[in-house]
Design a protein around this ligand. Structure first.
Ligand code: AMP
Length: 217
């Protein structure tokens, strides 16, 4: 199964994606994580992307498309794949369809998670992540066991630079302008599009996501 998780920043795509992919044994392709890893590794792609990321703007389509193409080529045949944060523009979506077709893969489902902007901005302001393993916490909703450090290896948690209040406003408007129209794009495709409210408890969202995908509890 090939599933796209579509939704604004802060809606819980990362949290839900990890739960689902771990339970199903699927691979995840998360373009934001790939870009952050490229930056930490000092790779030219990471440096180029950082200019856009820190302003809350989208990284140019071709850079993203080339990066995803490489990831797809490395996947073992027959695995389920969950896409989080990709595609984000119509140009990415149409290049993506062609890539998948060439590999004999296709998107079966698009799950749209959404919530009101004030819920999203509240969540993002409390978000902290681990620079070592990528785990994501929320100081109010999902705090680590020990304040300020990752449960996995004790690394001090950080507040992502692009989670600052000003950048978040831009990321939200970029989402509404550039990415939300993909719901209509996939509505006209062979994929099934499902809506799940992202402002519920983590477990409730996960249960609904599994139910719309026909995966049971
Ligand atoms: P995310 O972690 O998904 O919120 O992504 C963080 C930032 O990475 C975004 O604000 C963009 O600057 C960049 N980014 C991630 N995925 C994409 C994409 N598919 N297209 C363009 N830019 C992206």
């Amino acid at each position: 199964m090939h599933v796209i998780l579509l939704g604004p920043p802060g809606v819980g795509k990362g949290t839900q994606g990890v739960l689902l992919a771990d339970a199903m044994g699927w691979q995840r392709i998360v373009t934001g994580d790939l870009l952050r890893a490229a930056k930490s590794a000092g790779a030219p792609l990471g440096q180029e992307a950082d200019r856009y990321m820190s302003a809350g703007e989208l990284v140019p389509d071709q850079l993203i498309i080339d990066m995803v193409k490489e990831e797809l080529a490395a996947l073992p045949a027959g695995t389920g794949v969950l896409f989080d944060g990709f595609p984000r523009t119509e140009a990415q979506a149409s290049a993506f369809s062609m890539m998948l077709q060439a590999l004999g893969r296709a998107i079966s489902h698009v799950v749209v998670l959404d919530a009101e902007d004030d819920v999203l901005t509240d969540r993002i302001s409390g978000r902290r992540s681990c620079p070592t393993c990528g785990s994501v916490y929320n100081v109010a909703l999902a705090p680590p066991r020990r304040e300020g450090v990752c449960d996995n290896e004790g690394t001090p948690l950080v507040h992502r630079l692009d989670d600052s209040a000003e950048t978040v406003q831009n990321r939200l408007s970029v989402y509404r302008r550039e990415t939300e129209p993909l719901i209509a794009y996939y509505g006209g495709s062979k994929a099934s599009v499902h809506y799940v409210r992202g402002d519920q408890e983590v477990g409730e969202v996960q249960a609904e996501v599994r139910s719309v995908l026909g995966l049971g509890a």
